[in-house]
Design a protein around this ligand. Structure first.
Ligand SMILES: *Cc1c(COP(=O)(O)O)cnc(C)c1O
Length: 352
């Protein structure tokens, strides 16, 4: 026997690159272009004064953060779970709830991590094709399954489903756990958190990485019935009790107080997106209507990979996926107005 025969082989997810290039315009990983709230800076200063707190383990139940979230969302703590980014949260949900011999349903064009986790967790999956216009048809989710996961708005398309459609999926699947991944919800979609007390099989996940300008902090959360949350916590405590570090817990709790700045940043991103889509149109791009902080564009004449390369040469990074059906598209994050102006100046040369 050799260890190579019993190693667990997986195909990992490939995150968007984070290269060190001077003056790079980074529109490839949907980070927020604006700085975190000033509350974060104040809290970091307080933490420096109280650095001895790092000698001890953090609270395993993430008390401060879960209490702050409980107050912010008006939900009891028993209905909240937190983790190291929503990637950690969703992976733990998959390990907890997707344990059947029936396939878990998700779209063929969606967050590609779902497929990676499915393989890792070892449950069967069925990739449900999105329609020609890249939309999710909820009628495709009316079949026997071992669970469902839907990103709303979907990534990388940016298309959102209205709340009634999410509710239809829930009504039709009372015996399955349905995960709604709301990583981009704050940029213009309706949240399904309002439905968790009506459907005890629903779990909604959100993150600090996009709309709260704190991808570097790694904070994600899930909201669901107390029964589902208890199940996922049991799994978490079977893997690692101390998933979240003390500084992250403190900063993430404090930043919830600055609602004004959060709304301002989301509004600015939405405004820049609305201006950007008009610019994309003028240059001959088409795209599904975006409810997120990115636009998924394709050009009638110039190939997406060629545009990707030409932009990269000019120090502008966007995301291209070499995946069937969408390999002629680019996912472009919404940056500041100045970054987008630089993007359009470059695109004008490239697609002219
Ligand atoms: C970015 C993203 C996540 C993960 O975000 P975290 O940084 O891990 O919180 C989850 N789902 C979708 C659809 C995303 O785009």
């Amino acid at each position: 026997m050799n260890w190579r025969e019993y190693v667990r082989n997986v195909t990992p997810y490939i995150p968007g690159e984070q290269p060190k290039i001077d003056n790079l315009i980074k529109l490839n990983t949907n980070e927020n272009p604006y700085s975190p709230s000033g509350v974060v800076k104040d809290e970091l200063k307080k933490l420096a004064e109280d650095y001895d707190c790092l000698r001890r383990y953090p609270k395993p139940n993430c008390d401060a953060l879960e209490e702050a979230l409980s107050e912010y969302y008006g939900l009891p703590r028993e209905q909240i779970f937190t983790g190291v980014g929503s990637d950690d949260v969703i992976c733990t949900l998959f390990l907890t709830f997707f344990h059947s011999s029936l396939p878990v349903l998700f779209a063929d064009i969606t967050y590609s991590f779902y497929e990676v986790w499915a393989e890792f967790a070892g449950f069967p999956k069925e990739l449900v094709p999105v329609k020609e216009d890249l939309s999710i048809d909820i009628n495709d989710y009316r079949k026997e399954n071992g669970g469902i996961v839907i990103a709303n708005p979907n990534a990388p398309t940016g298309k959102a489903l209205p709340l009634e459609k999410i509710e239809e999926v829930l009504k039709f699947n009372r015996d399955s756990v349905v995960i709604v991944d709301e990583a981009y919800v704050d940029f213009g979609a309706e949240s399904a958190v309002s439905l968790i007390n009506k459907y005890d099989n629903l779990i909604v996940t959100q993150t600090y990485s996009k709309s709260r300008n704190l991808a570097g902090l790694r904070i994600g959360m899930a909201f669901a019935s107390a029964e589902l949350i208890a199940k996922v916590k049991a799994i978490k405590f079977s893997i690692n009790s101390y998933t979240m570090n003390e500084p992250s817990l403190r900063l993430a709790s404090a930043v919830l107080k600055d609602e004004k700045y959060f709304r301002e940043c989301c509004d600015k991103v939405i405004k820049t997106r609305e201006w950007s889509v008009e610019e994309f149109k003028k240059l001959g791009f088409t795209f599904p209507e975006s409810s997120a902080n990115f636009v998924f564009v394709t050009h009638s004449k110039v190939n997406a990979n060629d545009i990707y390369k030409a932009l990269r040469e000019r120090g502008i990074l966007v995301r291209h996926f070499s995946i069937p059906r969408i390999d002629n598209y680019l996912r472009i994050s919404i940056g500041t107005d100045d970054e987008m102006k630089a993007l359009f100046a470059a695109l004008k040369e490239i697609v002219a």
